[in-house]
Design a protein around this ligand. Structure first.
Ligand SMILES: NC(=O)c1ccc[n+]([C@@H]2O[C@H](COP(=O)([O-])OP(=O)(O)OC[C@H]3O[C@@H](n4cnc5c(N)ncnc54)[C@H](OP(=O)(O)O)[C@@H]3O)[C@@H](O)[C@H]2O)c1
Length: 200
């Protein structure tokens, strides 16, 4: 698939490396192709390219948002309508208006998009190394649209996670809240940890 990743920072770069490793084409949508973060991501992923966000989404099968939340509105203002397009939100909001999920921002501004929440419940360092873990980490995927959820779960699985259906988009904010627990657990266990499901 052709995947547009909007934002080429820690999360965008980690996902870009993972998706290209799984055989997908990645184009980063960035405000500045010469920014330190963009150049660092491109140096790490020779197969990826960078363009403006509106150029990146053109022809993309999947669009993944990995921006700082403060950049969402300005970035969306420059994008064409994404009606019918699969959009995955990998962001979290802990500043500004923390009770509002970044997914709600996308849902409000992109009412015709097929939206899912994923890739937000683990530290960025683990996104491109998931397939190397002894015990696979869970990746929770929330969404109301079956196509978006299926594609997000497929991508999570392809890059080495155990994709878990975490319910509808109403669970987007609870998934963001889980990151606070993940961060607390890193104090004792380090940032290499991931959530897992234990079955009886
Ligand atoms: N860090 C983690 O471990 C982690 C894990 C899961 C989810 N998340 C969430 O994922 C999101 C991204 O986190 P990150 O760690 O990847 O952040 P980051 O490394 O700071 O990258 C943020 C990206 O947003 C862009 N950006 C920032 N301000 C902008 C603006 N005003 N206009 C346009 N673009 C702007 C940056 O572009 P420039 O290069 O031009 O500055 C960069 O591409 C956050 O919501 C975070 O909570 C983080």
């Amino acid at each position: 698939m052709r995947i547009a990743i909007i934002g080429a920072g820690n999360v965008g770069g980690g996902l870009g490396k993972a998706f290209t490793g799984a055989g997908h084409d990645v184009v980063f949508g960035v405000r500045d192709p010469e920014s330190t973060k963009t150049l660092s991501a491109l140096a790490d992923i020779p197969a990826a390219t960078a363009a403006s966000p509106s150029e990146a989404v053109d022809g993309a099968d999947v669009i993944v948002f990995a921006l700082r939340p403060a950049a969402i509105n300005a970035t969306l203002a420059d994008l064409p309508p994404l009606d019918g397009r699969i959009v995955i939100d990998a962001m979290n909001r802990f500043d500004g208006e923390p009770a509002r999920s970044t997914t709600q921002d996308l849902a409000d501004r992109l009412p015709g998009a097929k939206l899912a929440k994923a890739f937000n419940t683990i530290g960025f360092e683990n996104l491109s190394t998931a397939s190397q873990r002894e015990t696979r980490a869970a990746m929770f995927v929330a969404g109301d649209d079956p196509d978006a959820k299926r594609v997000a779960m497929q991508l999570a699985s392809e890059i080495g996670f155990l994709a878990e259906d975490a319910g509808g988009l109403a669970n987007a904010k609870p998934l963001e809240e889980m990151v606070k627990v993940w961060l607390a657990l890193t104090q004792a266990h380090g940032r290499g940890i991931g959530f897992a499901i234990s079955r009886s």
